[in-house]
Write a protein that binds this ligand. Structure first.
Ligand SMILES: NC(=O)c1ccc[n+]([C@@H]2O[C@H](COP(=O)([O-])OP(=O)(O)OC[C@H]3O[C@@H](n4cnc5c(N)ncnc54)[C@H](O)[C@@H]3O)[C@@H](O)[C@H]2O)c1
Ligand SMILES: O=P(O)(O)OC[C@@H](O)[C@@H](O)[C@H](O)[C@H](O)CO
Length: 424
């Protein structure tokens, strides 16, 4: 029983890798993680035996070393990818590849005329290495089909409504264009699990790396900063099993829709509002923007609007809003507004449009929703500043120490190193 992941990034390392780490049967599982489209993180993580620090920032701030990833690969490691997919032990494929990588139109349709997908279909027909995530999934599933592989679950963990169904739609369409027998095999053997995922996890900054080095006395070039709160709601079958994620808080439900709407509209919708309006008002992070009384008022207005379209008991709504206030005010998390604002054309439709439509349907003007894309009127010079990414300063105090003794009973694990504190 094994797991592979596409989209080796910060969120996967704070969320799915954390749940697997803490599952009571963790030693029976190991994750082989692949980049979504790059390779830098896989290389650095491999140099650290795939161990990394999770800095859970709050009061108090805690550090954990996560060891559930056994191997890290770049997006281009097609041979390894197909090798894992052929393995009879493989049970779960997870994805965190951003909204943009789903390769769907903003209306949620598959566009096989999209240049990237069209090229990948040609590559798959010619037996060469595809580049998009749907193409790579179709390639891996074709390898599994050829190996008489067993059923498995594909678990999408992106911030999209119906993320499992969307992944199924696009991968099946690509497979069908390559070989209809492959799409029939996929229909019979692959379970597409939809999920709602939540744990605020910003991009790591040079200051974060320095803080981890100072506080944990361990040098980690690729730590992850996250919050204490975490949520994972899943719907769908796991025909070849899964880790006991439910023992560490994951909820298994029939239908994720109510959880999806609550999270995408309340949390992500408010994040987008703060990202665009906060940029105009000169703020850099969520905590700064949420401390601005005008913006807090706008978020409240948005939440009031959302509340009329969520089938949640008032007490639950009050509890969820109070929790969001605390989470958005966490000064220990530097969640940059520019990061949230990126790819707005992909993010805004699931976060805002359903509520705006419902308000119009009710005969009202969607004032709260209308605030969210306000940055469209922002002067270009400020817009450029708001998009600026932080510079990643390398640090060099000491190196990771490799020692014999790391547990090796994890699937796919070959390393025998233990990560130890750098003596001070
Ligand atoms: N960060 C969070 O707080 C958070 C919380 C919930 C859900 N998510 C979901 O997880 C996704 C990843 O977030 P993250 O914080 O790990 O980001 P990240 O930048 O750390 O990692 C993103 C991963 O996606 C890959 N990727 C990006 N664009 C791609 C594309 N067009 N095609 C293929 N791969 C691509 C990257 O190579 C990388 O492996 C988000 O887009 C979101 O849907 C994030
Ligand atoms: O990750 P993105 O880019 O889809 O969206 C930015 C944030 O809204 C998002 O990452 C939230 O922090 C996250 O969804 C909280 O669970």
């Amino acid at each position: 029983m094994r797991i592979v992941h596409i989209g080796l990034g910060n969120f996967f390392r704070a969320h799915q890798a954390w749940y697997t780490e803490h599952a009571p049967d963790a030693d029976r599982w190991g994750i082989a993680a692949f980049g979504g489209r790059g390779g830098h993180l896989a290389a650095t993580l491999s140099e650290q035996d795939c161990l990394y620090t999770l800095r859970i920032a709050g009061e108090p701030t805690r550090h954990e070393v996560i060891s559930s990833i056994s191997h890290a690969h770049t997006a281009r490691a097609g041979d390894q990818w197909r090798m894992y997919l052929r393995s009879p032990q493989l049970a779960v494929v997870t994805l965190t590849v951003t909204e943009a990588a789903s390769a769907l139109t903003p209306g949620g349709q598959v566009d096989l005329n999209h240049e990237d997908l069209r090229n990948d279909i040609e590559r798959l027909r010619a037996g060469s290495q595809p580049r998009t995530v749907p193409g790579r999934l179709a390639d891996g599933l074709r390898a599994r089909q050829a190996a008489d592989g067993r059923p498995l679950a594909v678990v999408s963990c992106d911030n999209l409504a119906g993320n499992g169904a969307r992944a199924k739609q696009v991968v099946t369409a690509v497979a069908d264009a390559v070989d209809p027998a492959l799409s029939r095999w996929i229909a019979a053997n692959i379970s597409w699990v939809s999920t709602v995922v939540d744990r605020i996890t910003p991009a790591t900054t040079a200051d974060d790396i320095d803080a981890v080095t100072t506080e944990s006395r361990r040098q980690d070039d690729v730590p992850v900063v996250t919050e204490a709160f975490t949520e994972w709601v899943l719907a769908g079958d796991f025909p070849a099993g899964r880790p006991e994620w439910d023992e560490v808080g994951a909820q298994f439900v029939e239908d994720t829709t109510p959880f999806e709407n609550r999270k995408l509209w309340m949390l992500n919708g408010a994040h987008s509002l703060l990202a665009y309006a906060g940029g105009i008002r000169g703020h850099d992070t969520v905590a700064q923007a949420f401390d601005d009384p005008i913006l807090q008022g706008w978020v409240d207005q948005w939440w009031d609007e959302v509340a009329t379209h969520l089938a949640l008991p008032p007490t639950e709504m009050t509890r969820y809003r109070a929790a969001l206030r605390t989470r958005f005010s966490n000064q220990h998390i530097k969640h940059r507004l520019a990061q949230i604002a990126a790819d707005g054309s992909q993010k805004l439709p699931p976060r805002i449009v359903p509520v705006a439509r419902a308000e119009r349907h009710a005969g009202r003007l969607p004032h709260g929703a209308a605030r969210v894309p306000c940055r469209l009127v922002m002067p270009p010079a400020r817009r450029r500043r708001a998009h600026a990414r932080p510079r990643h300063r390398p640090t060099d105090p000491g190196k990771l120490r490799h020692h014999p003794g790391r547990r090796t009973n994890r699937p796919f694990a070959t390393s025998t190193a233990t990560w130890q504190r750098t003596p001070t």
